[in-house]
Every structure is written in C-alpha cells, then in structure tokens.
Design a protein around this ligand. Structure first.
Ligand code: DNO
Length: 402
C-alpha cells in the first residue's frame, strides 16, 4: 500500500516539508486554481510537479505527484446540458496533459451541486479533539428554514421536522450564517463555492433529473473518457457520495456497492475504477467495506482510509469523524482485504499492484488547533492517522511473513 498525503498546493498551511516528515511517499493534489471546465495545461501541471518535488530550502523532497484529486466534473457534464461538450473536451485535454507529465491516477466525483457536506467543522469529542460532523437535524434546519427549499418537508419525518424547527428557532443570525457556510459554501477540495441563491438555481437545474438520468449521464461521460484513459494508460476513480444518501432532493448514484456495480458493469474498462472512501461509504451501516474490496477490488485504484462514528442505526443518519482506528468501520479488516487484493495483483503481474491510499481527514489535536489548516485536513491529526494505519499494515504484513 502506497502512503500518500493530500496537499492543497503552495497555499496549504501543511507544507511539503511537513508531508515528508509525516513519512508519506507520494502526494495527492489538484490545480484548484483552474476554473471548472477549463483545460489543465502542461505548464501548470509541470509547475505543480516541481512544487511537490521541492522542499522549502530548495532541496529535493523525494515526493512525487501520485494521484490527482480531483479534476472537477462540471454541473453541465453532470446534467448533460449547456457547455457539456466543451467541458468534456477540456476534461480529456487535462487527461492528455497529465499523462504527458506522467501523472496516471485521477479521482473525480459525480455528486450533483455539493461535494462533501458537513454541518459542524469543529465538534468536540470526549478526548477534547475536534472533528467534522454531519447532524441530520441541523441539516434539516438548514434545508427547511435557511435555504427554504420547496418540497423539503417531504424529505423528513415529523420528529426530525419538529427538532429542526426547535433548533432553527434557537439560532441567531450568526449561527444561521455559520451553518449555511458549513453546508454550502464549499469545503476544501470542492470545485465551487456557492451562495444560497446559487444553490437554489443549481437545484432548479436538476428539476427533471432523477437517479436513472444521472446514472445515464455518468455512464455517457465514462463511455467517452474511459477509452481515452485506457489508451493513455491512466486510471480514473470515482469517489463515493459523501454522505452516501440523497440530500436536498438531489439524486445520488455512488452510495452503495450496488451503485458501484452498476457503473462498473456499464463501462467495463479497468481504466474506469473506484476511489474507495471508507469514511464516506462507512456512514451507512449497510455498506460492507471489506466485502466491497474483495468483490470490486480489481477496479479500486485509490483508497481514502477514514473512520466515522455513526450516531444512529439508520441508513440516513448523523455521524462524526472518528479516529482512524476508532468508529464503526473495522479498519483492520479493511486493510486485510486491501492486502489480499494487492497479493492477487502481484501474482497476476499487474504494474499497479501497490494501491495508493491516504489517511483521509483527521481530528484536530495539539497544535492543529492553532495552525488552522483546511478543515478536515490537519497536520497532526492526519499524521496520527497515517501512523496508526501504517502500524496495521506493518502488523498484518509481518503476521503473513510478507
Ligand atoms: C473530502 C474529499 C472530497 C473528494 C472529492 C473527490 O474531503 O474526500 O472532496 O476530494 O469528492 O472528487
């Protein structure tokens, strides 16, 4: 398993020197400054590669850009409307330029409007660490009383609606603003920042688009980009919905094993694969993560290892981000399944036998609380996560005599 680390570029308060000291072997990054729908030029890609390769004092870092996370897929592509053709061409242009620069693995997502969604960015857990949380009642309060989405009542049962009303009534303007900011104003890595009127307009764009339509649009997108990726020797990997259930009345199509199976079967090229995110998928009790790795493993090109503590037994429920070996996902079983998949690949002589993973998110601990890096991406919290995961990998490898 190849140990990688997400880096948001030169503005990231966690530096390349820090990434090295954490012991990561590779970097996951993106050209966040290039607007969605535009081509990533070779020059810009080469510049980012050089930034990854250099320490603060100019010496080489020994790190390489292993995975792109993400080339954003525009709303026009997802809805197959407006400028989708031009955006597809740009997406393919970016793939070609990345391949020419030797970057082969590209993560993306197909979530309508919002990328990952949380209601609280600094929820305090028992140890005093803080983490990100999704609270269904807060989310309903946002949906019903801040966004005031038409038809939202139908999406919540009476108990949730009543609790959301009580919560919204108790919020002052600052609290409403803060909740709105957390939900829609763009968490790190999301391609766009939205305002409330933007979100309302975007939701209208999806008015006639149901689950089957969105799935057809993803299949159409992959039918065009996967052959190009295959020709270039690249691996595309679709990130799951986070959280893995519908929000704001929008369709969601990458939330379960059945969702993934449908897309993998629809476009059976190995260039079209999976970013298996244990944190996103693990928010649903009905997702069997080690089983998914056993069954879909040959198409898993990238792993996000993260744990969540589910706060209810419901498919759609509140959760918060736990320590990497805490929470409801059996991380040791997940890693054991990944090692089994890697063994199969080694035996088959596959060049991609070592699967890149990154410690996804982390709780804010110690100096993280004063560094104020990107929410969810603290230096020390992630370093602790990586160290724990590395320990499990070493332990399981040792037990097998690997
Ligand atoms: C959140 C991330 C997501 C992810 C995209 C992939 O921390 O996992 O923003 O990068 O969904 O396209």
């Amino acid at each position: 398993m190849r140990q990688t680390w997400r880096w948001f570029g030169p503005k990231d308060l966690v530096s390349i020197d820090d990434v090295r000291e954490a012991g990561a072997e590779g970097v996951v990054t993106a050209l966040h400054h290039v607007p969605t729908g535009e081509v990533w030029t070779r020059d810009e890609i080469a510049k980012r590669k050089a930034e990854v390769a250099r320490r603060r004092d100019g010496r080489t870092s020994g790190l390489v850009w292993d995975v792109v996370e993400s080339i954003p897929v525009s709303e026009d592509i997802k809805t197959r409307s407006g400028n989708w053709r031009a955006h597809m061409e740009a997406w393919i242009g970016s793939l070609r330029n990345l391949a020419a620069e030797g970057v082969e693995t590209v993560c993306y997502n197909f979530m309508p409007v919002l990328d990952w969604t949380r209601t609280d960015l600094a929820y305090e857990v028992a140890t005093g660490a803080t983490c990100m949380r999704f609270d269904l009642v807060d989310f309903a309060a946002f949906d019903l009383f801040i966004l005031e989405r038409e038809g939202a009542e139908a999406d919540y049962d009476e108990a949730i609606r009543a609790a959301a009303k009580t919560r919204a009534d108790a919020m002052d303007d600052d609290a409403r603003m803060a909740l709105g900011r957390n939900v829609v104003f763009g968490l790190p890595g999301a391609a766009d920042n939205f305002t409330l009127p933007d979100v309302r307009a975007r939701l209208r764009d999806y008015a006639g688009i149901g689950t089957a339509d969105l799935r057809a649009n993803l299949t159409a997108f992959l039918s065009i980009v996967a052959p190009v990726a295959e020709e270039l020797g690249m691996r595309l990997c679709c990130h799951p919905d986070d959280p893995p259930f519908p929000l704001l009345g929008l369709p969601r199509i990458m939330s379960t094993e059945a969702d993934y199976t449908k897309i993998m079967d629809a476009v059976p090229s190995s260039a079209s694969g999976i970013t298996l995110c244990t944190g996103s998928l693990g928010a649903r009790p009905d997702n069997d993560l080690p089983g998914m790795i056993d069954r879909l493993g040959d198409r898993v090109h990238f792993l996000h290892l993260r744990n969540v503590a589910r706060e209810s037994g419901d498919v759609r429920g509140s959760f918060h981000e736990a320590e990497h070996l805490g929470g409801d996902t059996d991380m040791v079983a997940v890693i054991a399944a990944v090692l089994r998949e890697e063994r199969r690949r080694y035996e088959a002589g596959r060049p991609d036998a070592s699967i890149p993973f990154r410690p996804d998110h982390g709780q804010d601990i110690l100096d993280d609380k004063t560094r104020h890096a990107q929410p969810g991406y603290p230096a020390i919290g992630r370093l602790k996560g990586l160290a724990e995961l590395r320990g499990v990998i070493a332990g399981l490898g040792h037990a097998k005599g690997a």
